[in-house]
Design a protein around this ligand. Sequence first.
Ligand code: AMP
Length: 477
Amino acid sequence: MCGIAGVYGVQNAERLVAEILFATQHRGQESCGIATRNARGNVIAHKAMGLVKNVLTEDILSYYSGEISIGHVRYPTSASSNIDNAQPFAIDLAEGPHMAVCTNGSIVNYEQLRSYLEKEAGFTFLSDNDSELMGRLIAYYHVVNHIPIEEALPKALGQIHGAYAALLILRDKMFAFRDPYGIRPMVMGHLVGNVREEQLSDGTVFASEGCGFGIIGAREIRKVAPGEILCLQKGEPVRTIAKAPKTPLRHCVFELIYFSRPDSMTFDERVWDVRREIGAALAKKDRDELVGDDLVVIPVPDSSNFVAQGYAEASGLPFGMGLLRNHYVGRTFINPTQRSRDEGVRQKFNPLPDYFPGKRVILVDDSIVRGTSLRKLVRMIKGAGAKEVHVRVGSPPVVSPCYYGIDTPVPEELIANILPVPKIAKYMDADSLKYMDIEDFHEILSNHQDYCFACFNGDYVIKPADFESNPTISTDF
Ligand code: AMP
């Protein structure tokens, strides 16, 4: 998972991009970067391993100054944690360095497209990341085959199957586009001073999530529609230059469960409110079962705070911040060994002293993947004196890997794939364990049929096996 941001047609666009990236740092902490079109018309990128505040410093931002800028924060994956895979990806065209692209998602037919471009078009790849593939494929149609960009883009994207929300700078234009299923989010806004001219390209901003818009003085206008390609050009209105044929939508439900910040509107849903409703649905399942003055509802901070709040409100039980989280411990989830994941959880959470003795705890988390966090936490809370710990999970059991950009482990590591629920409870020493049902989500979401639940039910709209024997590129120029 990653986050993207873009700003078109205002001075020091890169500063606004850096601010949005900082607000969306939760979407990726491995590396980050920007690409900006400078006064000479060159598109130059700066990227490094590390957090936005450490990489996009004042010195860097003043050097990379321009009116068109895009940026990216990358989510750590143990497989390919290196600078080559940082984004945005800048591509030199024959005329000069005039192109850069960044994307959030995952291209399912990556291998087939890459091997075509390497073998048939003689391209050399410098990384394993999707944005390089996307950039080179666009360049293949537009530069190698001389197709005007407004036709080359839909042709190139027509070859790409998977999840993407992407931004492209090409010379003095910027393009924003999302996959036809709308798997990953992207919203568009406008800097508030220009409200009267808000349909103009100048002052337009893009981001995976709108939580950074207020901070830079921008107002969210709408989503980039699934399958839509937007073009921004100086002095011109924002134009939709193409729209992919309509397909069923498949928004990633995990964005609402875990990834998006609670103050974002993702897929037109208020994330915090969805999470509160998840909590209320969990509480409903426990009505008449968990009662008593010694009960307290505790979130695993921070992603479960609103779920626990919703549970507490609906059940009338008290809410307590019984676990403290050290925000300077990175994501423990992706650590390569079980030992380092265990160690990470131990460093990350601490029980509130003298809080737990005599209490029965309803411990709320957003999801269980390998079971590492809750196994540690239940023991920690019991060790701190709690009489009982009842675990409630704000999502259904994760049983299948994600091909669309969420770093879920292989099926053999997914605990719900290996053990039935009572055994998972036993494994984590919980007195009881309940998950959300997919049907519970159907009631909460405005349009549940527009969501992907593949990690919970294995129902994939596209999967890598679909491409194994298929030709994947149209050479119909
Ligand atoms: P686990 O400890 O393996 O059961 O993972 C579940 C915990 O990791 C939950 O507390 C989630 O908030 C968090 N989580 C779930 N999915 C992901 C993901 N794809 N990347 C990082 N953290 C995650």
